[in-house]
Structures are given as C-alpha cells and as structure tokens.
Design a protein around this ligand. Structure first.
Ligand code: SF4
Length: 312
C-alpha cells in the first residue's frame, strides 16, 4: 500500500465526526484545545506521580494555545488563528490537557461556562479519566449535555487489565465500564480513546476491543496509534528495544479491520496518532497524517468494505 498523494477525493467509508458536525451545525465547526490548568490523579500523587508511560509532561495529546492564560483568552486566540487559516466561524471548546473533571464542581462549572460564553462557541468537549467522574460530576455534565452540544472523552486505551497495568494507567477496565454505563444512563455522549499497537497484545485482542465497545454502546471513538513521545518512560523502553512500533501498512490494515468490526453509528473522531514534530520519537511516518488517512480510505475502498461491514 503506497498512497503518498494527499487527496480527499473519496467519500468516507466510516462515520466521520466532521460530517456529523456539518449535519448538526450546517457548516464546518473547529475544535479549539484549551489547557485550563487541571492536573491528573496519576500525576499529582493521588495515584502516582510519573503518569501513564506514554504521557508527555503536558498531558497526553494536549496542544493548548497560550497555556496558563484564561479560558477566554485561549479560545479567542484559537478563534483568531482558525478564522485566518480556515475562515472558521463556529467553534467547540475542547478541554483537553490532563483530566478535565478533576476539580470541585464550582470550578468545573465556572470554567465550562466561561468557554460557552465566548461568542461563536457552540459546544464543549471535555476529556477525562474514568476514575474522575463521581456521581455529582456526572450530573453536572448531564446538565451541559442538555444545554449545549456536548461530548465527554474517556481514556480507555485497552480493555485488557494487564495492558492497563503495563501502561501504568492507575485504573482497570471495570472503572471504564462503570463510568460509561453511568454516563449513558444520564444521556451523556461518550467518545472512548483506544490505542492500537500496544505491546503484549495480539492482533485478535486488539480487534476484540471493537466488540467490547459496541457492547458498551459508545457514541464516538478516537483511535490512536502507539507512538513514543520524548521524555516519557515509553521512550526509555523503546530505546532499550523493548517496545516495537507498527509500520504504516500494518497500522492501516489494523485500523480497517477494526472499523469493519465497529458499529456503523459510532462517530469516528480520530484515526491516527497526535505526536507533533518537536516531541515525537517514533514512528516518524505518523507525522504524515494525511497520507495515513488517505491510505485508510484507499484500503477500505480496495476491500469494498466500510465501518461495521464485518458485523452484518
Ligand atoms: S491519565 Fe492522561 S494526563 Fe493523566 S497521566 Fe495518563 S495520559 Fe497523562
């Protein structure tokens, strides 16, 4: 599979989140990442101080604009950039860095409200861990679900407890299961994060994750590829030769197999990794995100398959 040309000529064979946003809002809606100064129980000492083995010091996958500035300032700065770059007009505030429900209710309410008060912000995405959702926080989030376009992002990574232990996640699968069932009961849309290519997992085990998530009734998914960021415990393991990365074709094939096993209604919000030039150690092919996404499109087309096609 060598499809290096970045094109967008194919209609997606999966339920792309960008299409859902266009359906709901009638236009493109852009996410603005916010770093609201949260921490994480796996960092602040409540559970540990080193974090998950793949987590960079800024919280996994976080790219806040003007971190340290107020929520309003970060969103306004993001709006300015996106309006210039993409002629963007509508935005979703994405509380991304660390665990964005890990604080008292009053603080959460003040931060989320601050974001929603910004002009042209039409929704909220809140990323967190499954063990940072006490029932009163779930009730608060349920209120936002009724009031605005709302998604909760929940890190799972793998449903296998032995993998979660290896990753030093600090919670087990049962915690995720409990969180997702509680959120569903309150009508909160949940997007689960999983990582493909984790050490010690067979291909069958990785694919079985799709069935687990179908059964739990997730609404959305972010599929990440295992990637190594600088200055993480995973980097040490990688440099010691204890962890190997998938090559691009293996990853593309795996993602297509996974999508074919995933319920067709699940919103696909990410299909590859999120490492930036400055911090990524491996695999370097993942920097060419559009090529990876195009290769996934081509492979699904070559197979004549689509999201959920293995379920019928
Ligand atoms: S839960 Fe998230 S923020 Fe906390 S250590 Fe793990 S990856 Fe980092």
């Amino acid at each position: 599979m060598t499809h290096s040309k970045a094109t967008t000529r194919h209609k997606k064979r999966y339920n792309a989140f960008s299409d859902e946003l266009k359906r709901v809002f009638g236009c493109r809606v852009h996410r603005i990442s916010v770093d609201a100064g949260f921490t994480c129980p796996n960092r602040d000492g409540a559970l540990g101080t080193d974090g998950c083995i793949y987590c960079g010091g800024k919280g996994s996958g976080a790219h806040g604009i003007l971190p340290g500035a107020s929520v309003i300032s970060q969103i306004e700065a993001g709006k300015e950039i996106m309006a210039r770059k993409y002629k963007a007009k509508r935005y979703i505030a994405y509380f991304q860095a660390f665990s964005n429900t890990y604080a008292p209710l009053e603080r959460l309410r003040a931060l989320y409200d601050e974001a929603l008060d910004v002009r042209d912000v039409v929704g909220l995405i809140v990323g967190t861990r499954p063990d940072c959702l006490p029932s009163e926080t779930i009730s608060l989030l349920a209120g936002y679900s009724r009031r605005t376009y709302f998604w909760l992002e929940l890190g799972l990574q793998s449903p296998l407890d032995r993998t979660l232990k290896f990753l030093k996640r600090g919670h087990d699968f049962a915690a995720f299961e409990k969180a997702i069932r509680s959120c569903r009961a309150e009508g909160i849309r949940v997007c689960a994060h999983v990582i493909l290519g984790l050490p010690g997992e067979t291909r069958e085990e990785m694919l079985a994750t799709a069935a687990v998530l179908n059964e739990l009734g997730i609404d959305g998914i972010k599929i990440h590829l295992l990637h190594v960021m600088k200055d993480t415990p995973l980097e040490t393991l990688f440099r010691q030769g204890e962890v190997r990365m998938l090559d691009r074709d293996d990853y593309v094939g795996l993602v297509c197999d996974f999508l074919e096993r995933l319920s067709p209604g699940v919103s696909i919000q990410r299909l590859t990794g999120d490492g930036g030039h400055d911090h990524l150690v491996a695999p370097l092919w993942s920097l060419k995100k559009f090529e990876v996404l195009n290769a996934i499109d081509f492979e699904l087309e070559r197979r004549g398959s689509r999201q959920g096609s293995a379920l019928s």
